[in-house]
Write a protein that binds this ligand. Structure first.
Ligand code: PLP
Ligand code: COI
Length: 355
């Protein structure tokens, strides 16, 4: 069954919280807009999505989400331009990736039409929640989790798909230093690393806390087999500039195939920047930091946008990167991608989506 935006029922809140929000001073993902989209999977099918007031979800203690962690999510953003038009960035790619995650976690896939029309109905209802202040946007969190009951270790028979949103500023509040991790692994061959499964993040919290206690903000994960190659950071893919070449490692079943990452590669090529997608040895980074050819590192992701990395720690040594670099790739690429996202530049790759 297909739905159109107008067919999605909307129950409006009587208690808007919008007047309590300081839109010029937003942190990341900590205030939630008035409404959410909900859609239940029962009797082998997704029911019609509906927009309802943002509210707690009541669950039975035997719901399988609590026991077996069947839970996946996406991260997207909506932007409002000076004419009050709402834009999204490659949302169909998020839908595709949500379904890739769903398949791997034995969760029923959500039809594209439900996802896109539900998203549009929600954004139209809460359009006042999309900030216009510079650097801000509405961070959108679609997620699906198992509501079906049972202690039997098997997929649930019922699920809930929800989309909620939070007007947000920067993900990182200050300098980002990363620790290259050699003991713990984020993911393994044949595992769920490529999926946006909630458990992938839970598994990172303890090693990340250890790194934070040492003064780093994020961990850069290395391959679980040899720990010799960098893979990605906790919430973003990683780019490295050695001399004038921009490098990032190939995606695999251990790494999230970031939408920002692939967009940045395309924009860099368009700018005439030499790019290489290849495995990157930790030792290569250490050597390049020592001889000065390591010019930049940055993370790329929806929440992180492009976040410059100030330096990295590896085996009790810190390697700091040049500051105030002229013609920084991170600055150029961030400017190009955000100009497309905020409808300030030509969308030559057809990525912008008008809501
Ligand atoms: N890697 C991880 C582990 C992430 O959580 C994210 C964020 O979604 C990314 C990479 C970047 O992906 P995207 O650019 O699609 O947001
Ligand atoms: C995103 O960038 O959308 C993410 O999902 C990262 C998240 C851990 C904040």
């Amino acid at each position: 069954m297909d739905v159109t935006t107008n067919q999605i029922s909307v129950e409006k809140t009587k208690n808007t919280k919008i007047n309590d929000v300081d839109f010029n001073n937003l942190s990341f993902g900590s205030i939630y807009m008035d409404h959410m989209l909900v859609c239940d999977y029962k009797n082998g099918a997704w029911e019609a999505p509906k927009v309802v007031p943002y509210q707690p979800i009541s669950l039975d203690p035997s719901a399988k989400i609590f026991h077996y962690g069947q839970s996946i999510f996406e991260g997207m953003k909506a932007y409002k331009d000076e004419q009050d038009t709402i834009w999204m960035f490659r949302p169909l790619d998020n839908h595709k990736r949500l379904n890739l995650s769903a398949k791997r976690l034995a969760i029923p896939e959500i039809p594209e039409n439900y996802f896109m029309e539900g998203l549009k109905a929600l954004l139209k209802t809460d359009s006042d929640w999309i900030p216009q202040s510079p650097g801000s946007s509405l961070y959108i969190r679609p997620f699906i989790f198992a509501t079906g009951l049972g202690f039997h270790a098997s997929p649930a028979d019922e699920y809930k798909f929800v989309i909620c949103g939070a007007p947000s500023g920067s993900y990182f509040s200050g300098e980002v230093k990363v620790l290259i991790e050699e003991t713990y692994s984020r993911s393994a061959n044949g595992g769920v690393g490529f999926a946006k499964a909630g458990g992938n993040y839970a598994g990172q919290f303890y090693p990340t806390k250890l790194a934070q206690d040492k003064g780093y903000q994020q961990v850069i994960w290395t391959d679980d087999n040899t720990h010799e190659y960098i893979e990605e950071a906790g919430a973003m893919n990683v780019f490295v500039r050695i001399n004038d070449t921009l490098l990032t490692c190939p995606t695999s079943d251990r790494i999230l195939d970031g939408i920002t990452r692939k967009s940045i590669l395309k924009i860099a090529e368009d700018e005439g920047i030499k790019t290489e997608v290849r495995k990157i040895k930790v030792q290569e980074l250490v050597d390049a930091a020592k001889d000065g050819s390591l010019k930049e590192m940055f993370g790329a992701g929806t929440a992180a946008v492009i976040s410059p990395i100030a330096g990295f720690g590896f085996r009790d040594n810190d390697y700091m990167l040049p500051t105030n670099l002229e013609n920084s790739y991170a600055t150029l690429l961030k400017d190009r991608i955000t100009s497309i996202q905020y409808n300030k530049a030509e969308d030559k790759f057809g990525w912008r989506f008008k809501v």
